[in-house]
Design a protein. Sequence first.
Length: 248
Amino acid sequence: MISLRGVGLTFARDGEQTEVLRDLDLDVAPGRFITVLGPSGVGKSTLLRVIAGLLPPSAGEAKVNARAEGFRLPVALVFQDARLLPWRTVLTNVGFGLEHGKIGQSERHDKARAALALVGMPGFEKRYPHEMSGGQRQRVALARALAVDPDILLMDEPFAAVDALTRESLQDELVRIHATTHKTVIFVTHSITEAVYLADEVIAITGKPGRLAASIPIDTPRPRRRDDPDNQPLIARLRAILGEEDSA
């Protein structure tokens, strides 16, 4: 589904070159849940934008074998900030990505309602963003991404701004949605425990410029326990690789 070979990215600002990523290789098979882990400033979010096609790499090659088909978009992004339009209802926020296709309003609303049901938010169609909690707004943002039926779901620290209990609830919902839809997911986080709980494989990026430090499969069967003692050696290994304590 995704293949990166020797990917590097350098920005030119005010006549100076800033290298953000260097010599990254990555292969992601369809349906895999990958977490990208690393401290702030190593280029994790930049990597998502390269995969999404928003930033062309300065070096190497990035291939994404997803295709647009009908109303479907190959890639959808979910950000830390829900980025909902405040003057729109939940239903029209979720259907926003479908408005540029050729489907009518009735079908667009049907797809938006189905996406809301998938994220556990049926009955919220007529509400506005200011009428919901932060966790509910993130669920709506996820529904908006799922409504376009992407092959690849890119998530940029989407649960970092909510409280700990809401974060765990959203993690569980995402695990359920992934098991239901079998989407390919690339999830950026700086939390080691979150990365291990969610992923089929953890990709650790360190340094400036960011480089691939490790690619570690997670073999713990699902459903998982956050306090599973079998995961402690892996968590300790990732902390050693990153050289810092887990921030969550």
